[in-house]
Design a protein around this ligand. Structure first.
Ligand code: PRT
Ligand code: MG
Length: 208
């Protein structure tokens, strides 16, 4: 039995059609079912549907052989014990810094700034590389609010169309990372289940 960990939410919406294209369908609808484990039309393949942030952890410890998760989640996890097999090119967006419109063009190198983000590791790496002294404040959502109420000078968040930033009078500044969904595998599963995983990778690659 092979287990694939799928990220719920917006990634799942784009994952299911991709799986269908390679002949894999879940027997229950994960958007309406309360199940966590889903049988598929293949006897030797099941899916677990979990939070995106948990997918790398399930795969790292072998609770799932494969996973589908955003690069943002992978960067935060660190990738230990995982192999990144394929860029699925779905749920594409960019991890960016953003500041209030009034702060555009202000120098940040001469002071210590406060940055609100869910992406602590990626942000730390970014500001360090830029030589900017940043105090990172971890938030779990609505990062856009932080600069508006004086919690932070800027944010690091995902940007797709830019309309969320715009609605909050924020302006995207620098690119931290290009983000898209990746197929990941447990390192041991790669050896034990090599044949089946290689076949799935080939099939998915054809439909990207
Ligand atoms: O609970 P948690 O927030 O951790 O995750 P979730 O269950 O809400 O996941 P969900 O469904 O939001 O999906 C998250 C994953 O989708 C991310 O890990 C990315 O890999 C991917 N993704 C792609 C995005 C976006 N695009 C995206 N635009 N995740 C979030 N957004 C948000 C962003 O945070 C911001 O609030 O959309 C807003 C920006 O969109 P625009 O179009 O206004 O720029
Ligand atoms: Mg979300």
């Amino acid at each position: 039995m092979i287990t694939i960990a799928l990220s719920k939410g917006r990634i799942l919406k784009q994952t299911l059609p991709l799986l269908e294209k390679v002949g894999i369908s879940l027997l229950d609808d994960p958007f309406t079912s309360r199940k966590l484990i889903f049988a598929t039309n293949h006897d030797d393949l099941q899916c677990v549907v979990i939070r995106a942030t948990d997918v790398p952890t399930y795969v790292q410890f072998g609770a799932a052989d494969l996973g589908i998760v955003g690069k943002d989640g992978l960067l935060e996890h660190g990738g230990e014990g995982l192999a990144e097999l394929l860029d699925l090119k779905i749920a594409q967006c960019r991890l960016m810094t953003a500041v209030p419109a009034a702060a555009v063009g202000q120098l940040r190198h001469d002071k210590r700034i406060r940055v609100a983000t869910k992406y602590v590791k990626s942000a730390q790496r970014y500001y360090q590389a830029q030589g900017i002294q940043a105090e990172i404040i971890k938030l779990y959502g609505a990062m856009e609010l932080a600069p508006l109420v004086g919690l932070a000078d800027e944010i690091v968040d995902l940007v797709e169309t830019g309309s969320t930033l715009k609605a909050n009078n924020l302006v995207a500044q620098d690119l931290v990372a290009d983000i898209s969904c990746r197929l990941i595998a447990n390192a041991a599963s790669m050896r034990v289940q090599h044949k089946m995983i290689a076949k799935l990778v080939d099939q998915l690659a054809e439909h990207i």
